[in-house]
Design a protein around this ligand. Sequence first.
Ligand SMILES: Cc1cc2nc3c(=O)[nH]c(=O)nc-3n(C[C@H](O)[C@H](O)[C@H](O)COP(=O)(O)OP(=O)(O)OC[C@H]3O[C@@H](n4cnc5c(N)ncnc54)[C@H](O)[C@@H]3O)c2cc1C
Length: 547
Amino acid sequence: VVELSEARKQGGAYHDQVIEAAFLHSKLGCYFIGPYARRVSFASQQFRSLDLVEALAMKNKLPDPGPVAVLGGGLAGLTAVAALLGRGCKVDLYEAARDVLTRQREAAHRLVHPTISRWPMEELSLTTCFPFYDWGVGPCHRIMENLALEWRRYFGPAGNRDEDLRIITDTKVVGLISHPSGDRHVVSLELEQGAAARHYELVIVTTGYGAEHSLGAGRATSYWTPDQLEEKRLGNTKFAVGGCGDGGLIDALRLVHNEFAGGWLAFAVAERIAAAADSRVPAMLVQAEHDAMMMWKSISCMAKKPAELKPDRHRMLEPLHRAYAAAVAQLPPDVTKMLDDSLVDMPGKVWLVAPEAKVTVPLSAPIHKLMIVHAIERGKVEWKRGELKKKAKGYFYRPEGSDADEPLRDREVVQRHGAVSGLEGLLDDEQGVASLRLRQFMLADRIEVGPTRQAEPPLGYPRQAVERRPTAEFISSRHPAAVATVEAIDPRFTIDADERGFSYVLLSDEPDPPPGSGRRFGVALPSRLFGMVHTRHGELSSFDALA
Ligand SMILES: Cc1cc2nc3c(=O)[nH]c(=O)nc-3n(C[C@H](O)[C@H](O)[C@H](O)COP(=O)(O)OP(=O)(O)OC[C@H]3O[C@@H](n4cnc5c(N)ncnc54)[C@H](O)[C@@H]3O)c2cc1C
């Protein structure tokens, strides 16, 4: 809990913007966290949840006695639940699956990083600074495991919250009906399988980004489902990856880099560029992304059909692509060598297919765009402007401007065409969707990052005591996440905790970290984890040292 700026204390423009980005005129009483914002990351969804609860509190919109309904038990939903409990609200949490946090629980093949998707516009940081559901870089399934542990310990049934929290799992909400009731406005939730509707004054919708687009009938394999792509990369198989959002770029990079290692290569490249004092690359990318975003927002507000906006969008991509090509040419020599050494031998191993004029779309993370432009320049990825199609006879590719489909006989296809929208079914009117989409696109990415939130943890949750000295329980609450972060970076180390803080413990004196670990790529072990210090020599640290 950190001092708020004066503007935030007064419930100023930032809070208005937060509410406006989540509010919909046809669903009074309902507030939507995403899913139409551009920043698609765990941390940004958590920021949105914390900000919305703070803004609703500042504007006296939290019902007393409640309860508030939260729809969706992903990380955004759980963050909203904790923030609401911290404000003294009662909460009913609805989750369609058997348990919370199920979507990414198996994703051992994906590394997640708190800030990589916004670098260099924002600084790299290995851990988040949230007052609860704090996490650090590591394999997605380990992060989810630790967050689920925190949920069970402090917020779920084991947290002894019968009074203020009801958890309703295995229950999909299929409709939201907003209507006046006496002098108030209430929202009725329609539940699947004909269960009786429930009524609330305030509903926070955190149903996420939904299933991913599929080319044919049936579901696309989720981004979070283990796929053995690294193993498939070995050998002579060629691939066609569809989509140039982050999902497509990451999977193409996994296929052409022998050393992608789940994502460590990308983090290490970003860290090295950031540490190179004389590199102009970060400033070039910040400028180019800013200019492209201005243009894109302006274009997207024009009242035309999406197809009619195509020429404007293509014009916008030219300068952005030029900036990335220039940045690749100006990479620090050690970074260029690291990238070149990691590429597979086979030219044209991967086709990247999408209808955009250039591969560098404003939506995806700069680090992935930089690396894909490098791989294209080295001939390992071929950029194919056009469309992937699926028919009864298999997959086809149609080049832009052609009306003939070419069969993709010799390529394995990976579909990464983005998510559908987690609001399907919940928002039925087209105008409402259009209104929410536009406002979230314009407003929901303007997040004030940093530890500036007034989010009180609920009663019973460990907290940092006065003067920011962690209590012993606070230290033990962050311990599993600290261990996961450090072991992912360098498995020769683990973290010990006592009432004074964390310390590193060397488990093995092997001189080199094993292949595939972050340290191997140059990602440094953090000197501060979750705000806690350690000493270089591995003795137990004291918080007096921090002072
Ligand atoms: C393809 C893809 C790739 C991504 N890659 C990354 C990445 O590399 N790094 C990163 O930080 N972020 C990434 N993200 C974003 C990340 O997945 C989300 O930010 C994260 O899941 C946020 O959590 P959430 O709670 O908003 O949504 P979710 O995790 O999707 O949780 C939503 C929950 O709501 C439940 N639910 C849905 N509908 C209903 C309903 N009608 N009734 C009741 N419950 C319901 C679901 O079962 C689920 O538990 C990616 C997203 C996508 C789509």
